[in-house]
Ligand binder design. Structure first.
Ligand code: PMP
Ligand code: GLN
Length: 403
């Protein structure tokens, strides 16, 4: 019978094992985010683990979605997304980066950045191919590469600074490379890739005729006056780059699952060919609201950045006072903090202990990589997209570790 546990290796489990989605005993794993958020709820811990903001979206964005539901915008939207949202995405790329994309043929609305990345990978990679990511990597990349049947090759990033070496970039490419996934600002390390490294990657992608999937969901969360540089804006990149972003982080609506991908029409067509069989379309009443958000004045984006930078500084100072060794965060809403000096051991274990005592949840950095990966085994990722009060309380609790 389908799903029968007595069958030694039903097909779903073989697929799941190949994709690394089951544990050693064959049981399907939940994501580390779901597991740690459940622990936070169970122990009343402050949740600085899963990256979702405590703040709500701007009122105009919320009101537009509510009005859309009331106005009956509740049936399937067009396959590429509503024209107005595609127009707003194109305007956003022009306004912030001077990038011209055709809303008719070069923009696709997706079920979050997650689906944009998944459909892009499934469109371009399969058995016998190689897909490159940075390591540590956002967990969904590895899972979808596994589902595609391609081989996952990584470019290590390690402390201090979490930048790749030129030699590691060169070593990752081969004649089998079909896709390289970039992510800057980077989850989980908070680093931003130096432009010289991205240029090197673009040149190698061109040499091997590989597609670049550039996950830029943290594009508006960059600090200390830094500028986000989209991969597609670099010389020679636009013709092979799929740029992915999402409303989740910019408008604090992680539950809406509205993302998008922009790029050359031929590449977008290939992504649509997969997306339409995954979700077909998504989020009709939210799409107009996201268009409204993308057209907000600069003051909105400046304020978001200012608030998050202030919270980054609060958490960084607090973690340092508590005895952690921290890595500076250039962008995203994450700080990497090492607890070795506090006597904390392997982060996979200590993160689960910290959830109970003193009651703070963080994510082990090692869960964003393969076993024996490039990052310190004692490093944790803390999210600062939380209220000032939550951050202050987490710091107070963590300071008790010293006593
Ligand atoms: N990419 C990165 C780097 C992320 O951190 C996340 C999670 N926020 C996603 C993609 C998924 O985004 P979404 O919630 O829009 O699917
Ligand atoms: N992107 C979020 C993070 O890195 C979580 C997304 C998820 O739960 N899958 O924390």
């Amino acid at each position: 019978m389908i799903g029968d546990e007595a069958r030694p290796d039903p097909p779903w489990r073989r697929t799941a094992r190949a994709a690394g989605l089951v544990d050693a005993t064959g049981v399907v794993r939940t994501t580390i985010f779901a597991e740690m958020s459940a622990l936070a709820a169970q122990h009343g811990a402050i949740n600085l683990g899963q990256g979702f903001p405590d703040d709500d979206a701007p009122p105009i964005v919320l009101d537009t979605a509510i009005a859309a539901i009331r106005a009956g915008i509740n049936q399937y939207p067009p396959g590429r997304g509503f024209a107005d949202l595609r127009q707003a995405i194109a305007e956003h790329q022009q306004r912030f980066y001077g990038l011209t994309v055709d809303p008719g043929s070069e923009v696709l609305v997706t079920a979050g950045a997650t689906e944009a990345v998944a459909a892009s990978l499934l469109a371009f990679a399969g058995p016998g191919d190689e897909v490159i990511t940075l390591e540590p990597f956002y967990d969904a990349y590895a899972a979808v590469i596994g589902l595609s049947g391609a081989r996952h090759v990584t470019i290590p990033l390690s402390e201090p600074g979490f930048q790749p070496s030129a030699a590691a970039i060169d070593a990752a490419f081969s004649h089998r490379t079909r896709v390289i996934v970039l992510n800057s600002p980077h989850n989980p390390t908070g680093s931003m890739l130096d432009t010289e490294h991205v240029e090197r990657i673009v040149a190698l992608a061109a040499k091997h005729d590989a597609v670049i999937v550039s996950d830029e969901v943290y594009e508006h969360l960059v600090y200390d006056g830094r500028q986000h540089v989209p991969t597609a804006s670099l010389p020679g990149a636009a013709e092979r780059t799929l740029t992915v972003s999402s409303a989740a982080k910019t408008f604090s609506v992680t539950g809406w699952k509205i993302g998008w991908v922009t790029g050359p029409a031929a590449l977008i067509d290939a992504v649509i060919a997969v997306k339409q069989w995954l979700t077909y379309v998504n989020g009709a009443p939210f799409q107009g609201a996201v268009a409204e958000g993308l057209r907000l004045p600069d003051s909105f984006f400046d304020e978001l950045r200012g608030t998050m930078q202030r919270r980054r500084d609060l958490l960084a100072a607090g973690l340092t006072r508590a005895g952690f060794t921290i890595e500076p965060t250039a962008g995203s809403y994450f700080i990497v903090a090492d607890g070795a000096a506090l006597g904390l051991g392997d982060a996979a274990t200590s993160a689960r202990q910290l959830a109970v005592t003193p009651g703070v949840v963080a994510i082990p950095l090692s869960s964003f990589g393969h076993p024996g990966g490039p990052v310190s085994a004692t490093a944790l990722r803390f999210a600062f997209c939380k209220t000032d009060e939550a951050i202050a309380e987490a710091v107070t609790r963590l300071q008790s570790l010293r006593r």
